[in-house]
Every structure is written in structure tokens, then in C-alpha cells.
Design a binder for this molecule. Structure first.
Ligand code: GLU
Length: 479
């Protein structure tokens, strides 16, 4: 964001709090209780030195606990040179509301380390991560029943593996140690489908949105996802998976991809997989063959399209560009990509927004499945998969016997048989649980939006649902 933009925008926390206030005004909750929910309970800031390349490098890290109405608290750890306290606290607040909206039994937390990971080697990053983790472990800010981090911007399963290993070194007798962090590699007590989870959640959210023709019409569209002209900002973990699944499985046309070094535009649709490969090989989108390269990539946000997926970072749609955004539907795959001021402008224009606290909840949802798996010490589906297959086999055998008994010579298609016979493995169960979560949560938000004229949009509905749930939880506890 430019400095001119910053001067007219609220801080990230104030932006979230203004959305909070808009929803709170619709609810009958006491000012004191609302204050308790809104307040970030604690932020731990730590500065620590790590010996690298013959000198000591000092790093600043944060772990904020926004709300402990349920334990453990949950939220990712971000690595970026732009990390600062207000950002971490705002993201922790979003975690509280996010978990409540999708019914995940965690309070909200978030962590951040002020670092540009690209400036360090893998060995150096491991040293730094282990040291940061140690600082948090010492204070129970990483703990299976207190505070459970996960990946976020700039971190991945690799950092989570280091954190899990560091925790187990300090708690060798803790049988639940693996549950101290989620998003771990599958071979290290992780869960199938966690890496793709946030992007997959965005896909499921859009599918659910398009199941309701009235909402599709409100967004000035008709029909299903097939052929919808879509722009994606950020081809990181979230944007890449969302774009890939939507293009490959739902027929969505990705007409533009916006990245750090520029953007690509192709009216006929971009091949997400091949663009991703190009970025991995060359470090950016520049030079990608046979496609229009746009240097001022942010102008692509303003291109007319059906669906806009901001999947990078916060405040990319702000007071200065909101009026020029032409997308009919925006799904917030990132946290806080639209400032409160821009949100007002877009609402007045009739742009429909699927808000972050619902849209990107796929990550924490699958984190929850991983945490449950770690505590139960068994892979999902291990007990029931073969039994399910055996029962399906019985049904097919009986159907075939009956068809012969009545003298009809019909048979089931082999492709159907294969799919029907297959019991659910861990990945299938994770996807089913995620789909269920995304469908149910949007259905509740949608009902509130449709049934009450004063509920202006899906964001307001989501905040109202979250606030009510957190309030109920606080009301039943000693303060
Ligand atoms: N960092 C992700 C988010 O912002 C995932 C958090 C988690 O899995 O705990 O939602």
C-alpha cells in the first residue's frame, strides 16, 4: 500500500473493529461483553539473536492471543519483513471470528516473525525457526492444549516440522506432542489435504455460493461456475490451489494472474499449472510465453471480470482503487484484502463479497482435523474404510443376483462399480469434512442475510454469527 493510501485508511485492527461494530449494532449484547470479545487479550513480543554467517542477527517476533473463550487458541505464523504488532493482532482477531463462523472449537491467535525468508538459506531458516519456537514454547505459546500454530504467509509444512521437532525435544514425555502445531508434513503426523486446504475451501465456498441462483443474480450473473471470467491475485499456496481446482474441476476461466513482479492477462484463459511452474523456475511471471505481460499489475484488479480472488495480502483493495473495481463477485481468499473504507464503496456499488472470515477458513478447518487426528493417534478412516468397501461389495453382489433372478440381463457400469466400491481414505474424508463445513457455514450466513433487511451483506452476517457464538461461550464462563 502506498503512503498516500495509508494516510486515509484505518489500521488493520481498526478496520476489523469497524466491521465488528457494524455487526454488533444489530445484536443485543452488552457493551462490556462486546468489549471483552473485541479486545486482544495479550501480545507477546520477543527479540532474539541468532549467530549467522559469523555475526549475530537480531529478529523480532510476535504471538498474539486474541480470545481464549475456547482452548487451545489457533492461528498461523507469518514470515514477512512487513510483520508488525497491529497486523498480528488484527490477524489474531480474524482467527477468533473465523473459527466461530465455521464452528471450529478454537480461540484466536496469530504469530509473526519480521523477516524476509528469501534472504536466508534453508539451514539458517531452520536455526531461526527453532530459536523463535523455543521462545514461544517456554511461555506455552506453542502447546497442544494452549496454543497451536500453523503455516501462514512465508511459512509451510517445513517450518511446522521444525517447530514440532523443537517442541518434542522439550517435552519428550508428552504423548500428544504432535498436536502442538498443525500443517506438518504428512510423514510427520500431518494430514492429507492440509496444504491444499485453504484453496480447496475457496473452491467449496464458491460452489456453495453458486448453488443459490438468487445470490448469483444479486451478483449480476447467472448459471454456474463454468466459464466465469476470473482474476487471481497471488499464486502462492492459497491462490494457486484455488485457481487450479476452479479451472480444472469447475471450468472457471482464469483470465488474469497478478504476482509480485507483474501480471499476466489472457482472455482465453491461463494454464495455472504452467504459470506456477514458470514462477518456480524464473522467480516471477515476467517472460511467460505468448501472453500479455502487465507491468503495473495492480491495474489488473480493476479489469472487468465475474470473480476476483485476492489471495495475497491485506489492504490491496482500498479507498483509492475501490471505485474502479469492476468484479461482480469478490471472494476474499487472503485475510483482510479489502479495507473497511473500500468495503463501503463496493457495497454501495452492489459488488457481492464473500468475506475472509468465512472464505479462507478451509486452512484452519483442516488444521482442526489434523489436531484431532494427532490427539486420537490414528489416521482418519483406518478403522472403517475396508468395512465400508465390504458392505458396498455386498450391495453390488446382491443387485447382480437380483437382476439375474428376475431374468434381466443388465449390468452396472465398470466406472460406477469402481467408484462405488472404494471406501473413503484420509484425503477423501478430509475433503468431505471441509465441504460439509463450508456448505453449512454459508447456508447459515445466507439465511441471516436473506431474512433480515438490516443485514446488509454476507460479511455482516458472518460477524453477527461469530459474535453471538463467542458471546455465548463467554457468558457460560467465569470471567
Ligand atoms: N494461517 C491460516 C489462516 O489464516 C491457517 C491457520 C491455522 O490453520 O491455524 O487461517
Amino acid at each position: 500500500m502506498s503512503s498516500t493510501t495509508q494516510s486515509v485508511e484505518l489500521s488493520f485492527t481498526d478496520s476489523i473493529n469497524s466491521q465488528f461494530d457494524r455487526a454488533a449494532a444489530q445484536l443485543d449484547l452488552s457493551p462490556g461483553l462486546l468489549d471483552q470479545i473485541k479486545t486482544c487479550n495479550a501480545t507477546y513480543a520477543v527479540r532474539f539473536g541468532v549467530r549467522i554467517r559469523g555475526d549475530v542477527h537480531v529478529f523480532t517476533g510476535y504471538r498474539s492471543v486474541h480470545s481464549e473463550h475456547i482452548s487451545p487458541v489457533k492461528g498461523g505464523i507469518r514470515y514477512a519483513s512487513t510483520v508488525h504488532q497491529d497486523e498480528v493482532e488484527a490477524l489474531a482477531a480474524l482467527m477468533t471470528y473465523k473459527c466461530a463462523v465455521v464452528d471450529i472449537p478454537f480461540g484466536g491467535s496469530k504469530g509473526g516473525l519480521c523477516i524476509d525468508p528469501r534472504q536466508y538459506t534453508e539451514e539458517e531458516l531452520e536455526l531461526i525457526t527453532r530459536r523463535f519456537a523455543y521462545e514461544l514454547i517456554k511461555r506455552d505459546l506453542i502447546h497442544p492444549s494452549q496454543n497451536v500454530p500453523a503455516p501462514d504467509m512465508g511459512t509451510s509444512s517445513r517450518e511446522m516440522a521444525w517447530i514440532a521437532d523443537e517442541y518434542s525435544r522439550f517435552s519428550p514425555t508428552d504423548i500428544d506432542a504432535a498436536a502442538c502445531v498443525t500443517g506438518k508434513p504428512v510423514h510427520m503426523a500431518g494430514i492429507a489435504g492440509r496444504t491444499e486446504a485453504t484453496g480447496r475451501g475457496v473452491q467449496y465456498a464458491l460452489r456453495e455460493f453458486f448453488r443459490e441462483p438468487m445470490d448469483v443474480k444479486r451478483a449480476g450473473m447467472s448459471g454456474g461456475l463454468d466459464g466465469k471470467r476470473t482474476i487471481v491475485q497471488g499464486l502462492g499456496k492459497v491462490g494457486y490451489h484455488a485457481a487450479k481446482f476452479l479451472a480444472e474441476e469447475d471450468g472457471v476461466k482464469i483470465i488474469a494472474i497478478i504476482e509480485r513482479d507483474g501480471g499476466l492477462f489472457d482472455e482465453n484463459g491461463l494454464d495455472v499449472e504452467s504459470v506456477k511452474q514458470w514462477i518456480q523456475e524464473t522467480g516471477g511471471v515476467r517472460g511467460y510465453p505468448d501472453t500479455q505481460f502487465v507491468g503495473a499489475a495492480d491495474t489488473l484488479l480493476e479489469e472487468p471480470c465475474d470473480i476476483l480472488i485476492p489471495a495475497a495480502t491485506e489492504a490491496v483493495i482500498h479507498g483509492l482503487n475501490a471505485a474502479r473495481i469492476k468484479a461482480k463477485l469478490i471472494i476474499e481468499a487472503a485475510n483482510g484484502p479489502i479495507t473497511a473504507g473500500a468495503d463501503d464503496v463496493l457495497r454501495d456499488k452492489g459488488t457481492v463479497i464473500i468475506p475472509d472470515l468465512y472464505a479462507n477458513a478451509g486452512g484452519v478447518t483442516v488444521s482442526y482435523f489434523e489436531w484431532v487426528k494427532n490427539l486420537s493417534h490414528i489416521r482418519l478412516g483406518r478403522m472403517e474404510r475396508r468395512r465400508e468397501e465390504a458392505r458396498n461389495e455386498m450391495v453390488l453382489a446382491e443387485l447382480e443376483r437380483l437382476s439375474q433372478a428376475i431374468g434381466e440381463s443388465w449390468s452396472l457400469k465398470d466406472t460406477f462399480k469402481k467408484r462405488f466400491l472404494q471406501g473413503a481414505d484420509e484425503l477423501a474424508m478430509v475433503r468431505s469434512g471441509l465441504d460439509d463445513t463450508m456448505r453449512d457455514a454459508l447456508a447459515v450466513m445466507r439465511d441471516l442475510w436473506h431474512d433480515n433487511e438490516s443485514v446488509e451483506d454476507l460479511r455482516m452476517a458472518a460477524y453477527m454469527i461469530a459474535l453471538q457464538k463467542v458471546a455465548r461461550s463467554y457468558e457460560s464462563r467465569a470471567m
